[in-house]
Design a protein around this ligand. Sequence first.
Ligand SMILES: [Zn+2]
Length: 230
Amino acid sequence: MSVQSGQQIARLRETVARLHAELTRYGLVAWTAGNVSARVPGRDLMVIKPSGVDYDDLSADNMVVCDLDGAVVEGDHSPSSDTAAHAYVYRAMPEVGGVVHTHSTYATAWAARGEAIPCHLTAQADEFGGEIPIGPFALIGGDDIGKGIVSTLTGHRSPAVLMRNHGVFTIGRDARAAVKAAVMCEDVARTAHLARALGQPVPIDPADVDALYDRYQNVYGQRPVSPTNT
Ligand SMILES: [Zn+2]
């Protein structure tokens, strides 16, 4: 392995370890459930959480480097039991640089009912571009979960899928974007649940969903300031 790619992997180990703290900070995980991974750019490798290690004990050193068939390349621990699903997504979706899995409470309650979260909130239109879809029921082990994630999210605006009776998988251009999607998914799932409990939520016109999504994805946020514009 070249020095450059060794440094790249070392940085990703730090990043992936640190991002796991966001899952506990936002209350998305219980015990050792949940995991974050990142693709190593330009390499058929990913960095992923070790299996069964307490969140407080996660560090750059105990992250696991796997190939995109899920085989361990570097690390002293077994990788997450969801490694096959993450690997399948990276093989099938080259644009994806990060994958997150949680059983966050409200989103998983929608998954338990097998019900997509309809888009009744502008924040959901911004981040997800419409409903958050339901994926198929799939048993862990093998490629079934990965296939369900890819078949549901391919061609869909949403970076999150609610795998039926299971929980949330999110994708992003990098691991941080996938973590953000997991946080926002739980946030809109909770609000949608409360709105449904209190009455009938009001739909947003699909044209307005499109406009919100386009603005948020293409215009919103910090951009470099041009010299003529300061
Ligand atoms: Zn799970």
